[in-house]
Write a protein that binds this ligand. Structure first.
Ligand SMILES: Nc1ncnc2c1ncn2[C@@H]1O[C@H](COP(=O)(O)OP(=O)(O)OP(=O)(O)O)[C@@H](O)[C@H]1O
Ligand SMILES: [Mg+2]
Length: 256
């Protein structure tokens, strides 16, 4: 069966896309799902930091997209169920917005889930970005949200730009929703942002589960594995498990 492809996407930087890609893949692995992680960010944090792939390796996302070589995966997570294709600092923007989609087609029957860690890039009308090739390769898009500078306006604009891609460029991916990451539950800022979003016109797009801020995330990044795998009972691991459960049930409700 064809894998379900999910992009972890935002136009904003530093909101938890990479940490979420690593930990959601960690949860999928412990559930027994064979999961491919594609790092399409030239910063390559998901692969070189989060999953500690050796930076000298010769096969990266550039070869995954541009060559017909057999893919070289780096196995991580429970039972080695996470397969990582590393990022590439030299990666040039592909000319076609379907380039990643075509590359994924070759391996989509080998996996249950494919997660794409996107760079923070604004979708523009004239240039193709990696964020764009990722969403064009995806069935679904999920989006971590920062409540520090929370703006309903910013989220609404993101939905508008995704809808515009659907209307004008034939984007097929469904926008599954937003989740708060790096949360300090007791802060007024978080409570207000959560309330504002859950009472807004886009409330159906808010994931009820959120990810609490936890020091162990830093340790896990240093150790090159998901927090979920290293410390299954850590609060942040529990949060990612609940969030992943919610993502999978939304995916199912959307016909997958
Ligand atoms: N739950 C968490 N608890 C504590 N720190 C976190 C948590 N999630 C993310 N961080 C920290 O926040 C920072 C940004 O996270 P991350 O790299 O995942 O964001 P990003 O959206 O991928 O950034 P970029 O846009 O640059 O790719 C990192 O330093 C990470 O350690
Ligand atoms: Mg990142």
């Amino acid at each position: 069966m064809k894998a379900t492809v999910i992009s972890i996407f935002t136009q904003k930087g530093g909101v938890g896309k990479t940490v979420s890609t690593i930990n959601i893949s960690g949860v999928l692995a412990e559930m027994g799902f064979k999961t491919l992680v594609l790092d399409v960010d030239a910063q390559a944090n998901a692969s070189f930091v989060g999953y500690a792939v050796d930076e000298d390796i010769e096969y990266s996302i550039a070869e995954f997209i541009n060559s017909n070589e057999d893919p070289v995966y780096h196995q991580r997570g429970k039972d080695g169920n996470v397969y990582v294709v590393s990022g590439n600092e030299e990666l040039e923007t592909p000319k076609s917005r379907d380039s990643l989609k075509k590359a994924i087609k070759k391996v989509e029957n080998d996996f249950d889930y494919i997660l794409i860690d996107c760079p923070p890039q604004v979708i523009k009308d004239k240039e193709i970005s990696f964020g764009e090739i990722a969403v064009f390769a995806s069935d679904f898009i999920i989006c971590p949200v920062d409540y520090d500078e929370f703006s309903l306006d910013g989220l609404t604009k993101l939905i508008i730009s995704i809808n515009k891609l659907k209307a004008t460029k034939g984007l097929k991916a469904e926008f599954l929703g937003f989740f708060f990451s790096k949360v300090e539950e007791q802060t007024v800022d978080f409570k207000e942002a959560y309330k504002t979003l859950s009472e807004s016109k886009i409330k159906d797009l808010l994931f009820l589960n959120y990810i609490r801020k936890n020091k162990f995330i830093r340790t896990s990044l240093r150790e090159g594995e998901s927090a979920v795998f290293l410390k299954p009972h850590n609060p942040v691991s529990m949060d990612y498990r609940k969030l992943t459960g919610e993502i999978l049930s939304k995916v199912k409700n959307n016909g997958k």
